[in-house]
Write a protein that binds this ligand. Structure first.
Ligand SMILES: Nc1ncnc2c1ncn2[C@@H]1O[C@H](COP(=O)(O)OP(=O)(O)OP(=O)(O)O)[C@@H](O)[C@H]1O
Ligand SMILES: [Mg+2]
Length: 185
């Protein structure tokens, strides 16, 4: 039995493009009975226009976006909800905005090799991936440090195994079969 107070109110599932953030965060949220959010939803209109035009975002563009996600995290925690948020959060400074010293917000890092992720991206339907994007994502990536207390999982496994691994590391047991969604065994 996990003490309710020790359960985080938000999990930020991070990693490079194609590491499986949306897939894993959605499945994890479903398993926990928490809300799933895709961080991309919080981009201001100006960023969406830039991205649609194929222009790279600058850090100046990113701060308001990250702050909007941080505000949502605060709101969720304040009202006693729980959420799993998929967000690339590649740099330490980005994660600092999202977590802003909260101990009840945990980082989940999806870790995989460029070769495996390139393979997954090649197999992804309905997405266009500009050449060189994965390279630049790995160049930007600052893997979370110990001080960030991350949960790090290898993505070289099935979605189910990865989700189990995250739940085990966070000591979030299987919800009871007959229990209310979001309650823990
Ligand atoms: N563990 C896994 N095993 C096999 N395929 C996977 C696994 N995780 C994700 N995938 C597949 O890999 C592709 C990339 O996953 P997904 O779209 O979730 O990545 P993402 O990190 O959200 O990417 P983006 O940053 O571009 O939004 C998808 O086609 C997904 O179905
Ligand atoms: Mg995604």
């Amino acid at each position: 039995m996990v003490d309710e107070k020790e359960i985080p109110c938000a999990l930020v599932v991070m990693g490079v493009s194609g590491s499986g953030k949306s897939t894993i965060a959605e499945k994890l949220a479903e398993r926990l009975g928490w809300r799933y959010e895709d961080g991309d939803r919080f981009h201001p209109a100006g960023n969406v226009a830039k991205m649609s035009a194929g222009q790279p975002l600058t850090d100046e563009d990113r701060w308001p976006w990250l702050q909007a996600i941080a505000d949502e995290i605060d709101r969720v925690c304040e009202v006693g909800e729980r959420a799993v948020i998929a967000c690339s959060a590649l740099r330490h400074a980005y994660r600092d905005v999202l977590v802003h010293g909260r101990r009840d917000v945990r980082i989940v890092f999806l870790c995989g090799t460029p070769a495996l992720i390139a393979d997954r991206l090649a197999g992804r339907k309905g997405h266009f991936m500009p050449a060189g994007l994965l390279d630049s994502q790995f160049k930007t990536l600052e893997p979370p440090e110990k001080s960030e207390h991350p949960v790090t999982v290898s993505i070289d496994a099935s979605v189910e195994t990865i989700v189990e691994d995250i739940m085990r590391q966070l000591k979030l047991g299987r919800p009871d079969r007959g229990a209310t969604r979001g309650k823990y065994a």
